[in-house]
Design a binder for this molecule. Sequence first.
Ligand code: DX5
Ligand code: ZN
Length: 218
Amino acid sequence: MNILAPSILSADFKNLGKQLTEIAENGAEYVHVDVMDGMFVPSISFGMPVMKSIRPATDKVFDVHLMIEEPIRYIKEFKEAGADIITIHYEACKDVGATLKAIKDEGLKTGLSIKPKTDVNVVKEFLPLCDMILLMSVEPGFGGQKFIDGSLERAAQLKAFIDESGLPIDLEIDGGINMDNVSAVLDAGVNVIVAGSAVFKDPAGNTKKFMEILNSRG
Ligand code: DX5
Ligand code: ZN
């Protein structure tokens, strides 16, 4: 099943509750929550208190993308704030394995993300600890950037590693996804689609359009 994970970074925060209802009603199964610390990435977004306060607005899966240095420090707090999946960055951790284990120990699903210039092979040794791999198709930090050419090949390589492992691991992509390139991304083997700016200009209408494409591709 293909899943849409709208990134609330592009949402209208004064209407967030309403927009969460709109994306859920039109078929989005995940809510992608981008947490930025101003260190791992240049920008700062929001943290636990905001997540906690929006958690009751939807029963959908909170797919939390931590763009923060040494996320192992905050796993418990993000669980308490309502995370279902916690994705950490390979580049942000001294001990990637220990960080993934800490997420599992909290009973949550794990995701491991790599930036556009990171060798795809680095994820291999961690696959047994992962429920999801997140491929960044823009440099993390901001919504509304252009999809980096070459990301499709990288997605296909990651999909091949996952298939070779025989493990039930999802492949998610994040950055610059729109209605024009999403089909090619699905064809490369991705099954969880993050989209921010391409959804929140019209949350209900665009979620519906994305879901028509996602559902038509199985
Ligand atoms: C970027 C974030 C993305 C971003 C996606 O660092 O991780 O989730 O919000 O936004 P779009 O879909 O507009 O590229
Ligand atoms: Zn993200």
